[in-house]
Ligand binder design. Structure first.
Ligand code: IMP
Length: 204
């Protein structure tokens, strides 16, 4: 019997230049019969600007670019946090909330300030993620995942990134930054979206 050598498996490229995100995506994909590569590790690779108005549009922009560059299957994702009291903002603009001068801590502080007078019961928020898969023939598939929580009144925890320190996950009564990475991975929006997308790769 021929073995499942990497030469016989289809290639799947993760359309990200961020190695930490690539590791997370690969962990969510789990054991799949694809030879998984990361765009960041391919010489000359680049990604287009995230000019879409939706997570889906941006995830597809990234996946299409990586599929064109490699001729392989490509997986792109886009995500953000939606705060009900801010009518869904910052949403698809989460990474740019407050402008280019802010870092993650600055964006969390700005969000807390925007919610200063908002009572606990009205601080609901949702992380949302869309994963796009583009196959070598140009076929496009998308899947979504989300997780609901509450914005705290101060940052808590040292893990994670982005808005994790201010996002309380009520079922565990901890912020995403207080959870160990593997605990967050079991419940977060990105994991849910990637696991939903596995069916397009023939996985269940
Ligand atoms: P992108 O999907 O890499 O474009 O990231 C969008 C932005 O949304 C990030 O820069 C973060 O600000 C925020 N975000 C998305 N997912 C998470 C998460 O799991 N934790 C914290 N912040 C997140």
């Amino acid at each position: 019997m021929p073995s499942a050598s990497s030469a016989s498996r289809p290639r799947l490229v993760l359309a990200t230049l961020n190695l930490a995100k690539a590791r997370e995506l690969a962990a969510h994909l789990g054991d799949i019969p694809y030879e998984v590569r990361v765009l960041a590790e391919l010489p000359g690779a680049a990604l287009p600007e995230e000019t879409g108005d939706t997570y889906r549009a941006n995830a597809l922009l990234k996946a299409r670019a990586a599929a064109r560059f490699t001729g392989a299957w490509a997986l792109g994702d886009d995500s953000g946090i939606e705060v009900a009291a801010l009518r869904g903002a910052p949403g698809v603009r989460s990474a740019r909330f407050g402008g280019p001068g802010l870092d993650d801590a600055g964006r969390c502080a700005l969000l807390l300030e925007a919610l200063r007078d908002v009572p606990p019961a009205e601080r609901v928020a949702r992380f949302r993620c869309v994963v796009a898969l583009v196959d070598p023939a140009g076929g496009e598939h998308t899947a979504e995942g989300f997780v609901d929580g509450v914005i705290t009144d101060a940052p808590r925890g040292r893990h994670g990134f982005g808005y994790d320190p201010v996002f309380l996950y009520p079922p565990l009564a901890q912020t995403f930054a207080e959870l160990a990475p593997e605990e967050k991975a079991r419940v977060d929006h990105r994991g849910r979206a990637v696991r939903a997308a596995r069916r397009f790769l023939g996985m269940h």
